[in-house]
Design a protein around this ligand. Sequence first.
Ligand code: SF4
Length: 399
Amino acid sequence: MHKIESSKKLKEIMSDYFVGMGVPGKKFAWCTSVGPAELLRSFGFEVYFPENHGALLGTTRTCHDFIPVAAEIGYSSDICSYLTSDIGSYISKNTPLMKHYGLEGVPKPDILVYNTNQCREVQDWFTYFAREFNCPIVGIQSPRYLDLVKKEDIENVTSQFKALIPYCEETSGTKFDIDSFRETLKLSREATNLWKKSLETAKHIPAPISFFDSTIHMGPIVVLRGTQVAKDYYAELSNELDGYVARGSGIIEKEQIRVYWEGMPIWGKLRYMSDLFSNNNAAVVASTYCNSWVFDAFDETNPFESSALAYSSIFINRSENVKTEMMIKLIEEYKIDGVVFHDSKTCFNNTNSRFGMPQRLKESTSVDTLIIEGDLCDLRFFSEAQTTTKIETFIEQMK
Ligand code: SF4
């Protein structure tokens, strides 16, 4: 059993990223978490991710002060709690970024850029801020729920990527440079491959990293992909994890059961969840969520088309059949005993238990499945007592 040492480096990197936002004179692009970050970075923008801020509001549980504030202006507390927390935080002029990183608030956007490959909510969310800041908003309307990613889908998204360029040139004051885009994409692919390698160390028994650690260590692949910093970080993390694999050291003391977590994390309950599983000798070794930032299709020799392919192929943007196939593959590779589906009340987009998938998975793999109710941020939808009983019984049945 070990603690992951790279966590210290991670803290420094994330702190530098946020503190750096307070340095005057920077141009900011706000981007969705699986939006065209590489293209934006190639124009020299600092890239800020409101979903990452939403997760911070969830982790710090400050979201509960902010969700009702957004509800007062008509953003229902039944919709995405990242969105409602973030808008409520903005209206309240309060964010943990002030206390933790000395910022005056979230950075003011020069441009807002979204991709609906994950959900339509991001468009409405960014549109609110476009009105507030009176700044340009542009986006990619991705073809959704794809079975196959067809040639015409790639052409469609590629042309939408290219259509962003004039807006980025105007707001950044920088001419588009294909070599800069190629270089950023290359760095992003290298980082993403190292992140994938880090996650894949959990195929080993015992697993050297759990889903709960990965939700923290994924920070740089979300907010800093396309930078040398992210690449170096994941080289360090994967080296460290390789060392634990070589020594046979696991992240929990006694690994008896291996679990797959499907759906969003419950940000305000990460520690509780992590302890609950490890106290019952169950390691949560694989997830859909953390794998969502593996973009191995990026190819700097073909930057637009490969970006379109990578961002259109993500799990959340696929048909039920493809999602099921992707999960079956991971269940086999990670030697999974059971799958926990998180039915996240304010994000149906990233909840996959409502169309019969748990039953289909059980039929085709014979793994046990469990559905727990909760939410990414809003803990009104979560019962600790009920969840503890459900998970403990589930693990007990698999032993
Ligand atoms: S995918 Fe879900 S959690 Fe993420 S922004 Fe969309 S609605 Fe919110």
